[in-house]
Design a protein around this ligand. Structure first.
Ligand code: 4AD
Length: 572
C-alpha cells in the first residue's frame, strides 16, 4: 500500500497527489480520496519531518472525510436531478413544438368586426376589436403566455397571446423584428400597471406576415448595445428601428413642419432649387466636382444664389434642400451632405435680418413645445430642454476676439503655410487671437458653452467671408473691412446658422468676384439681379442636423441625419 503525504502549510488538496513533493493539505482529504485505511504521513511545514499522525488527529480527519463524501454524493444527486429536469423540459418543449404544428388558428367570424388601425390612433377603439400590423419590437414568454411589444412607426402596442394563440408553431418560434398581423380586443391597462398608450391588446387571432431569422442571423446578433461604431454605421438601416433613432427622426419631421409653418406665417414661400450647379457659393475648396455631360459641374454648397434670384418673382422665399461640402472634417458637427434650410428676404436691413432669424427659431421651438407629440419627444430625448430667451445676445466679431483673449482662450500658432508651429517638446505653440483670425471651432465652442446662451456673432472681416457679403458701412479697423454677416451660436453645438446681407451694388459685387478670383461669366444670372432692379436683401442658412442636435441634445449631427455622409462614408 502506498503512503500519502500531507503538508499542513504548503500542501494543496485540489492540486496535490499525495507524493512527498506534491502533498495534500489535509489528512481528511487524503482519506476521502484514498480510503479510510490509507497510510498517511503528515508534517506541520517544510521545516519539520513527515511523521505518522496522532490518534486524535486521525479520528478527526476520518470524520472530515465522511463529511466530504456526503457532500460529494449530494452534488452528484443534484446534478442528476438537474439533468433530468432539463431533459424533461427539452422533451416537453419538443413535444409542444411537435403538437403545435397541428394547431391552426382561424379568425372567428362570429366575433364583432375588427377595425384596422395604426397603433398611434388606437385610443378611440378601447374595448373594441382592432386589427394592427407591425414589427415585433420586444418579445417575452412567461409560462404559457407570450407578451409582444408591437411597433408600426406610429407607436408601440403591448399585446398578449394566451391559450391557443400562444400554442401555434409560429407562436413558439416567433422572432424579434418579424412582421405580424394581430387581431383582438383593446383593453385599458388595469390600474397600477403601465403600457404604451394606456392599453393592451388581448389577441384572439394573429398571423405572421414576414418571419425574421433566429439563430446566428437573429436581429440581436447583428446589432446590439455593444456593437462598435463602424458596425452601427454599416447597419444604419437596422439602427433606425431602435427607439432613440426613430424618436430623433420623428422629431426631425415635426421640426421641419414647424419651421415651414413659422416661415409661412412670415409670408415666405417654399421653392426647390437645383442640386446640380455650375457656380460655387462658399469657396472652391469644399466643392464636390462632377462631370456633367462633358462639362464641369458641382453638387450645390448652398441654394442662396438661386433664392436671391426668386425675390423679384415670389418675394421672400425659403428652401429645404441638401447641401454638399467636400470638407475633410471628422468633427461631430460636420457632414459631407446635410439638409440646409435657407431663406432670403428682400427690402430688409441687417438688424431686421437678425431679428427675423431669432423670431423663426423661437416661434418654431414654441410650436414644437405646444404640440403634444413633439413636446413629448423633446422631453424624452432632452429632458432638461429650456426654450431660448429672447432677445439673443449680439456680440461683434471684434468684441469676441477681445472676449477670447480676456478669458485666456488661445489658438494654435501657424506659419505662413498654415502649418502648426510646435515648441521643443513637440507641443503646439498657443497664441492669443488677433483681429483677422478665423475663430476656430474649439475656441468658438468654448466661448459659447461659457456664455451658455444663443449668441449672434456678427461683423466678420471680409477676407474670411464669401464674395457676396455686404460690407458694414464705416466699420474699417486696422486695415480690416467688416461685413454684415452673422453666425448664430448655440450652447453645446456651436454655429447653427450662417447669414448675411448681400451686396446689392453692381460695382461692389464685381470687386467681390475679383477679390475671390471668381470668373463672373457663369454668374451672369446672379449678377443680373443687381442690373434689373436691385434691392437691399439678406438671408441665412440653418443646418437642420445641427439644430436638431441642439434641440434633441444629440452628441453628433450624425445621429440627426437619416443616412449620414462623412468622409469615405456613403453607405448605406
Ligand atoms: O455658414 P454656411 O456655409 O452659409 C451658407 O452656406 C450660406 N450661403 C447660407 C445662406 O446664407 N443662405 O452654412 C450655413 C449653415 C451653418 O451655419 C451650419 O449650420 C450648416 O449650414 N453647415 C453644415 N452642417 C453640417 N455639416 C456641414 N459640413 C456644414 N456646413 C455648414
Amino acid at each position: 500500500m502506498s503512503t500519502y503525504h500531507v503538508d499542513e502549510a504548503a500542501g494543496a488538496d485540489a492540486t496535490g497527489n499525495g507524493a512527498a513533493d506534491a502533498p495534500y493539505q489535509t489528512i481528511a482529504f487524503a482519506l476521502f480520496t484514498h480510503g479510510q485505511d490509507a497510510k498517511v504521513l503528515v508534517r506541520k511545514d517544510a521545516a519539520t519531518p513527515y511523521d505518522e499522525p496522532t490518534q486524535s488527529a486521525l479520528k478527526k480527519a476520518k470524520k472530515g472525510a465522511d463529511g466530504l463524501e456526503k457532500k460529494k454524493k449530494k452534488a452528484e444527486e443534484l446534478a442528476t436531478r438537474e439533468a433530468q429536469a432539463k431533459g424533461e423540459e427539452r422533451e416537453r418543449k419538443e413535444k409542444l413544438l411537435e403538437q403545435s404544428k397541428s394547431i391552426k388558428l382561424e379568425e372567428d367570424a362570429s366575433l364583432p368586426k375588427a377595425n384596422k388601425a395604426k397603433i398611434g390612433n388606437l385610443a378611440p377603439f378601447r374595448s373594441q376589436r382592432v386589427r394592427v400590423f407591425g414589427w415585433v419590437h420586444r418579445l417575452r414568454s412567461q409560462k404559457d403566455i407570450i407578451f409582444i411589444v408591437l411597433r408600426d412607426g406610429t407607436g408601440y402596442l403591448q399585446a398578449v397571446l394566451s391559450g391557443l394563440t400562444a400554442q401555434t408553431y409560429d407562436a413558439l418560434t416567433l422572432t424579434l423584428e418579424s412582421t405580424v398581423e394581430l387581431v383582438g380586443t383593446l383593453q385599458a391597462t388595469p390600474e397600477g400597471k403601465t403600457a404604451p398608450g394606456g392599453h393592451e391588446l388581448s389577441v384572439d387571432y394573429w398571423r405572421i406576415v414576414g418571419a425574421a431569422p433566429g439563430g446566428d442571423d437573429a436581429f440581436t446578433n447583428r446589432l446590439n448595445e455593444k456593437s462598435d461604431p463602424s458596425i452601427l454605421a454599416d447597419l444604419r438601416h437596422l439602427v433606425l428601428r431602435g427607439e432613440n433613432a426613430s424618436s430623433v427622426l420623428r422629431l426631425r419631421s415635426l421640426m421641419l413642419s414647424s419651421f415651414r409653418e413659422s416661415l409661412g406665417a412670415h409670408h415666405l414661400l417654399e421653392v426647390t432649387p437645383p442640386c446640380l450647379v455650375q457656380t460655387q457659393v462658399e469657396g472652391g475648396s469644399t466643392l464636390f466636382k462632377l462631370d456633367y455631360y462633358g462639362q464641369p459641374a458641382y453638387l450645390t454648397q448652398s441654394s442662396q444664389l438661386y433664392l436671391e434670384t426668386v425675390l423679384p418673382s415670389l418675394g421672400d422665399v425659403f428652401c429645404v434642400q441638401e447641401s454638399f461640402r467636400a470638407e475633410n472634417s471628422h468633427t461631430r458637427r460636420h457632414l459631407s451632405e446635410y439638409t440646409h434650410l435657407e431663406a432670403e428676404l428682400a427690402f430688409i436691413d441687417f438688424d431686421g435680418l437678425m431679428s427675423h432669424i431669432e423670431s423663426i427659431i423661437c416661434e418654431t421651438v414654441d410650436r414644437l413645445l405646444q404640440d403634444e407629440k413633439s413636446a413629448a419627444l423633446i422631453k424624452q430625448l432632452n429632458p432638461t430642454f429650456e426654450p431660448p430667451q429672447r432677445p439673443f445676445m449680439r456680440l461683434s466679431y471684434v468684441d469676441a476676439i477681445k472676449w477670447l483673449n480676456e478669458h485666456g482662450i488661445q489658438h494654435e500658432a501657424e506659419d505662413a503655410e498654415g502649418n502648426t508651429i510646435k515648441d521643443e517638446a513637440g507641443n503646439a505653440k498657443m497664441v492669443d487671437h488677433v483681429v483677422g483670425d478665423d475663430i476656430a471651432e474649439a475656441a468658438e465652442r468654448q466661448m459659447t458653452d461659457i456664455i451658455n446662451t444663443p449668441i449672434f456673432l456678427y461683423g466678420f472681416p471680409a477676407e474670411l467671408k464669401s464674395f457676396y457679403m455686404k460690407k458694414m458701412a464705416g466699420a474699417e479697423q486696422g486695415g480690416h473691412v467688416f461685413t454684415e454677416s452673422c453666425d448664430l451660436l448655440m450652447p453645446g453645438v456651436g454655429e447653427i446658422v450662417g447669414g448675411s446681407m448681400r451686396i446689392s451694388d453692381m460695382a461692389e459685387l464685381m470687386a467681390g468676384y475679383k477679390r475671390e478670383g471668381i470668373d463672373p461669366a457663369p454668374y451672369y444670372w446672379f449678377t443680373d439681379q443687381r442690373k434689373y432692379g436691385t434691392c437691399e436683401h439678406g438671408g441665412y442658412g440653418l443646418g437642420v442636423e445641427r439644430f436638431l442636435a441642439w434641440l434633441a441634445k444629440r452628441y453628433t449631427v450624425r445621429e440627426c441625419s437619416l443616412y449620414p455622409r462623412w468622409p469615405s462614408r456613403a453607405t448605406p
